[in-house]
Design a protein around this ligand. Sequence first.
Ligand code: CP
Ligand code: NVA
Length: 303
Amino acid sequence: MKHLLKMMDLSTEEIIEILNLADQLKYEQKHGIEHHHLKGKTLGMIFAKASTRTRVSFEVGMYQLGGHPLFLSSHDLQIGRGEPVQDTARVLSRYLDGIMIRTFDQEEVESLVKYGTIPIINGLTDLAHPCQILADLMTIREYKNSFEGLKMCFIGDGNNMMNSLIVGCLKVGMAVSVACPEGYHPAQMVLDFAAQYPCFELTDDPKQAVKDADVVITDVWASMGQEGEAERRRKAFAGYQINKELMALAKPDAMVQHCLPAHRGEEITEEILEAHANEIFDEAENRLHAQKAVLVKLLGDNK
Ligand code: CP
Ligand code: NVA
């Protein structure tokens, strides 16, 4: 593993290795055991979109690993004034040990890989959010002990989260059922991948998708960059809310995950979010541990 661009690129073994290392790093952090695997290393973090969790967890994670993070807003970099990605990649490769980037177009992340010479981590694009899915899988395994026999259900938009969860959950052996309205389906490449799995289901009926689910997941109806479509999307996704009635159809001990930020009263009710707050905020915490594992794998000397 040289980069982390999307879940599709990771083998099941690589995913499990990252999760195991994340568990170990979490244990070490909780017990005050020093784990300076990235002493003297620097990570550039380019953000073309807003962030709370990704920015803070990567920044703190690098610090805890003994390395140094640099926050680089794309509005302040020359990239924001039109300097091409291919030049930026070649310049930054001469200063840094790795780059994490949050942007719109997946191709921009691929260009950093093509022209740069250092590991590139996708911190969210319109297509994929692999860092979040590693934290979600870590949290699911913490609560359920194993992935065996579990069903993950995602209700809502066929966005970066749905794309990445379908691939990640299928790869670790879970059954996957997703419900989204016509016109808001996941990416075709994800559907082609999922078609190999008989335990994958795509429906427009949330009740059908959530039936007997062990893990129920949703995300906002309008992602970053889609703010202008919010009203149209609110209409399209009416009926795709995770609420008490829908949760009654999942397994009685079903957990809920939400990458956050959440829009209470839209994709999830306040009641359900608060009832599952432990799982959801453990998920947010696990961003830190899962990303530290990715950083050690990609930037560490023993990779
Ligand atoms: N879940 C997530 O990626 O959060 P941020 O947008 O706050 O980074
Ligand atoms: N789908 C959301 C995820 C935010 C973490 C977005 O792209 O805005």
